[in-house]
Design a protein around this ligand. Structure first.
Ligand SMILES: C[S@@+](CC[C@H](N)C(=O)[O-])C[C@H]1O[C@@H](n2cnc3c(N)ncnc32)[C@H](O)[C@@H]1O
Length: 296
């Protein structure tokens, strides 16, 4: 058998130092971690295995493929797209350029959705508007396995990714995917105890200042919230009530500076018990409220 071709000068330790230094110079926030994740992906090794095998030389083809991954990252492509996955609420979601990469801040929206529906945790119907990768809907379905969950998106591409995640992560029973422009594909009589949404909320002005990795790679349809970033909130507070049960909850993710404006929209539309919730970074992140229950 031919001995495997190696480039002895490029060990795991050396390529990691090289890539981390390069990423550091380019201003990445966690250069060493990103280098380890990319190399681990290429070599199918955990970060711990990379450490234990630090002196193993890379084969020529491994090195070439790792260089290609570094190039993609250098061009601004987010690591999650290169790796094809992103962790959300302790589960691994598949992601690619058809969907927004789920953000850790969005876990706060799931927390609020769970907390505000706790009194009826045994049975209910939830709707996720603009599901993207399915991160919120699939997580909610797994945390509340006896609920029926509908996940809708305008993008067929996004729905294909959400379907894959739902099947892989076991959100199957009572889980429905629907292509819909906001509420348009729902039957008029359909009602939910919970409607959640992390809608596009970037204003036109902010869109021009976004990080290149977001602007060049993430779907524009997942970002653009109209001139002042509030278009979807206006549509949601208007369109949600006919599809909410009495006392049903609407909970939306917001940009950190949109709290007062979105709270006002909720109140003007007649929502009660309106709450503003902060994320782990102590920034305003979620507005939620209830459709008033009919007085008897
Ligand atoms: C900010 S992303 C959120 C994705 C995912 N829910 C998450 O939190 O990671 C917004 C999503 O809304 C979808 N979307 C945009 N306009 C829509 C519309 N008019 N009706 C339904 N979905 C829409 C986009 O395709 C995108 O998947």
């Amino acid at each position: 058998m031919e001995p495997a071709q190696t480039e002895p000068q490029w060990t795991i330790a050396k390529v990691l130092s090289f890539a981390a230094a390069d990423f550091g110079k380019r201003g990445l926030e966690a250069p060493r971690l990103e280098a380890e994740l990319l190399l681990g992906h290429e070599l199918q090794m955990s970060r711990m295995q990379l450490l234990l095998d630090a002196n193993r030389p890379l084969k020529k083809d491994e090195l070439a493929r790792f260089r290609a991954l570094i190039e993609r990252r250098r061009s601004g492509e987010p690591s999650a797209y290169i790796l094809g996955k992103k962790e959300f609420y302790g589960r691994e979601f598949r992601v690619d350029r058809r969907v927004l990469i789920p953000r850790p801040e969005t876990e706060t929206l799931v927390d609020v959705a769970l907390a505000r529906t706790r009194p009826r945790s045994l049975a209910g119907r939830a709707l996720d508007v603009g599901t993207g990768s399915g991160a919120i809907a699939v997580t909610f379905a797994r945390e509340r396995p006896t609920w029926q969950v509908t996940a809708l998106d305008k993008s067929e591409d996004a729905l294909a990714v959400a379907r894959d995640n739902a099947l892989r992560l076991g959100a199957v029973w009572g889980f429905r995917l629907l292509q819909s422009d906001l509420f348009s594909a729902l039957k008029p009589a359909e009602r939910f105890e919970l409607i959640v949404s992390n809608p596009p909320y970037i204003s036109r002005e902010e869109l021009t200042t976004l990080d290149k990795g977001i602007l060049d790679f993430e779907p524009r349809m997942a970002l653009d919230g109209g001139e002042d970033g509030l278009d979807f909130y206006r549509a949601l507070v208007k369109g949600a009530p006919p599809h909410l049960t009495q006392g049903g909850v609407l909970a939306v993710e917001i940009g950190a500076d949109q709290g007062p404006a979105v709270e006002e929209l909720f109140k003007s539309a007649g929502f009660v018990d309106v709450e503003l919730t902060r994320d782990y970074g102590r920034r305003d992140r979620v507005v939620s409220g209830k459709k008033p229950a009919l007085k008897t």
